[in-house]
Design a binder for this molecule. Sequence first.
Ligand code: ZN
Length: 81
Amino acid sequence: MLKITELFSEEQLSKFKERNDGSFTGECPSCGKNDNYGGSIINTKTNTFYCWGSKTVFDLLETVALLKGIISCREGRHANG
Ligand SMILES: [Zn+2]
């Protein structure tokens, strides 16, 4: 199965920091949200991307659309319904 990190270019991924649990945090490529925690997280366990700025979650295909600029993170699904 495709890993979510494979959707990101090396350059995009280099802007993220790897955490102990194998996920990556960094600036949201859509809204630019960033803070001490990073503004977004690439979750390698669930293969999802989450933006803390917009509080929205993206599965693999939605992340493709997000990275291509077809949708913005604000147009994503809210994590809990
Ligand atoms: Zn965002």
